[in-house]
Design a protein around this ligand. Structure first.
Ligand SMILES: Cc1ncc(COP(=O)(O)O)c(C=O)c1O
Length: 366
């Protein structure tokens, strides 16, 4: 509650219905708790949704990135070109397989990797490009796919925030190897979980091996793998959530449209013609004192979050490894100082949306 008696509007809220609860109870009653038939059914449904021939479920979005990188044969000595403006797992997954992240700056239009800067970062060691579809908005994926083709690089899409987003009529995660997260704040959840999508039979086969100790048959281990398996409990939740995803995405898009119509005081998100942004986050740019702006929103009962306050190349973990010495990425650095995500999730009522927009306009005037 706020001092005016109004309920606080959180920046994210997972939606769990009776369908998910029933599905979990069925799994518990079945006695098959670890990866089993529910995981397979969820994988098939997710692959159909994205438009790929394969989907391989794993136990986090981070695991999806690690398994995908390894499945593409990326390891020590290899470089992966990626964005500095993302959640840390984008870069640490590259480190986890022993490879080196190489950061290039972002496009101020959408906060995603700038394709024009990639060619200049390609070396003999480059093996992949890993764009992120930040906030649920498509990176310039057709251009990136072309560059990957030209330089014979793998294209691994960090689509952790972009379930159902599209470019040129195709779902993201189907242009390259897609990696999704099902963390509770995402557009759909399994509690913890992730999934890899691909049309490449060999990559899919490698992913399945790697997630299960590299085991081809019981106790025969062909490649290096670990336990990245999803439980059937998580898959049962995910399968029910997937059925609701499109209606939730439509709500997010409608909420974003309303916010953009009503917010007049600050820069609102931009979407390219022909793209479908699914608004995992609705992120404004606050040029004045952001801390004070955020505090003012809180007083007015509106939650907000900074995604992300420090660009990856300036994070201590990366600096200590000497991976970003003398790297200057001014667009990402400026974005980190000005972005602020405000509520856009499907649980918002019309009144909530009006309150969010009015709070932003009021905070900007203060
Ligand atoms: C862009 C991005 N990449 C990777 C991840 C990692 O996913 P998870 O938290 O499921 O491991 C996330 C999730 O927060 C993310 O937002």
């Amino acid at each position: 509650m706020t001092s005016s008696g109004l309920a606080f509007i959180p920046v994210a809220r997972p939606l769990i219905g009776d369908e998910e609860k029933r599905a979990v109870l069925e799994v518990l009653d079945s006695g098959q708790l670890a990866q089993g038939p529910r995981t397979e059914a969820f994988e098939q449904a997710f692959a159909t949704y994205i438009g790929t021939t394969h989907a391989i479920a794993v136990n986090s979005g981070t695991a999806a990135l690690i398994v995908a990188l390894q499945a593409h044969g990326i390891g020590p000595g290899d470089e992966v070109i990626t964005t500095p403006f993302s959640f840390i797992a984008t870069a640490t997954s590259i480190l986890a397989v022993g490879a080196t992240p190489v950061f290039v700056d972002i496009d101020p239009f959408d906060f995603n990797i700038d394709p024009a800067l990639i060619e200049g970062a390609v070396t003999d060691e480059t093996k992949a490009i890993m764009p992120v579809h930040l906030y649920g908005g498509p990176a310039r994926i057709e251009e990136l796919a072309e560059i990957a083709d030209d330089f014979e690089l793998a294209l691994i899409e960090d689509a952790a925030q972009a379930h159902g987003a599209e470019s040129a009529g195709r779902r993201l995660g189907s242009f390259g190897t897609g990696c999704f997260s099902f963390y509770p704040t995402k557009n759909m959840t399994t509690g913890e979980g992730g999934i890899i999508t691909t049309n490449d039979d060999a990559v899919a086969e490698q992913c399945r091996l790697i997630r299960h100790h590299g085991q081809s048959r019981r106790y025969y281990h062909d490649v290096y793998g670990l336990n990245y398996r999803m439980t059937d409990i998580a898959a049962a939740i995910g399968h029910e959530q997937l059925k609701k995803l499109e209606s939730w995405n439509e709500r997010r898009i409608a909420n974003a449209t309303a916010l953009s119509n009503w917010i007049t005081s600050v820069e609102t998100p931009r979407v390219r013609e022909g793209d479908r942004h699914v608004f995992h986050q609705y992120t404004i740019r606050v040029s004045a004192e952001r801390d004070a702006f955020q505090a003012r929103l809180r007083e007015l009962g509106v939650g907000s979050a900074i995604h992300y306050p420090i660009p990856i190349h300036q994070q201590p973990v990366i600096c200590e490894l000497g991976l970003a010495d003398e790297v200057s990425l001014p667009v990402a650095e400026a974005a980190a100082e000005t972005v602020l995500s405000i509520p856009v999730h499907p649980a918002l009522s019309e009144d909530d949306l009006v309150r969010v927009a009015e709070a932003v306009n009021a905070a900007a005037r203060a």
